[in-house]
Design a protein around this ligand. Structure first.
Ligand code: 5GP
Length: 186
């Protein structure tokens, strides 16, 4: 029997979901799941903290061993959620997953009690500006991200909540309220 809420947060790249999660963790005790991925680390990313960076062979072995709660493919790389960490931590309290829509919908199938939250931009133009504002990427990469963002947002109707990130403090407050509602139910 789990004690905590399994909160799944998704949203397009550039929407600010990482910042929202970091803010939540400042004021609420919850376990953030560290995902496994086969993509290469970006500058500044730490193995075991940002992700567990695995070879494709190791990742596939994990799938075969049923070690992942869910996994999906994103821009030619695998991403997945370690099963044991989530199941253990749920016995103690809330667990947050920051994963893409395909993974989130698979989690919901396996855990119908999971609460799915979509973080959406105020409008498409704001998202475009944020994606461009990151600087380094070329237009083709940005265009791919925009298409992916449209795909992610198209899944919003299957989410339990959609939160518009036009004000960081407000968005954080809304997610915390959702977690608190989970406490009341228990
Ligand atoms: P990035 O490479 O930019 O860190 O992440 C790319 C995408 O993979 C993001 O949409 C992110 O939410 C998603 N992602 C990260 N971890 C997981 C995971 O464990 N499972 C799934 N399905 N998606 C993930």
């Amino acid at each position: 029997m789990s004690k905590g809420t399994l909160l799944v947060i998704s949203g397009p790249s550039g929407v600010g979901k990482g910042t929202i999660v970091a803010e939540i963790l400042k004021s609420r005790k919850a376990a953030l799941s560290v995902s496994c991925t086969t993509r290469a680390p970006r500058e500044g990313e730490v193995d075991g903290k940002s992700y567990f960076f695995l070879t494709k062979e190791r990742f596939i072995r994990l799938i075969e061993e049923n070690g992942l709660l869910e996994y999906s493919m994103h821009f030619d790389n695998y991403y997945g959620t370690p099963r044991k960490f989530v199941e253990d931590k749920l016995k103690e309290g809330d667990v947050i997953l920051e994963i893409d829509v395909d993974g989130a919908l698979n989690v919901k199938k396996a855990y119908p009690d999971a609460v799915l939250v979509m973080i959406a931009p105020p409008d498409r133009q704001t998202l475009l500006t944020r994606l461009r504002g990151r600087g380094t990427e070329d237009e083709e990469v940005i265009e791919r991200r925009v298409q992916r963002a449209d795909y992610e947002l198209s899944k919003s109707p299957q989410y339990d909540y959609v939160i518009i990130n036009d004000d960081l403090g407000k968005a954080v407050g809304q997610v915390i309220a959702i977690l608190e509602k989970g406490d009341i139910k228990k």
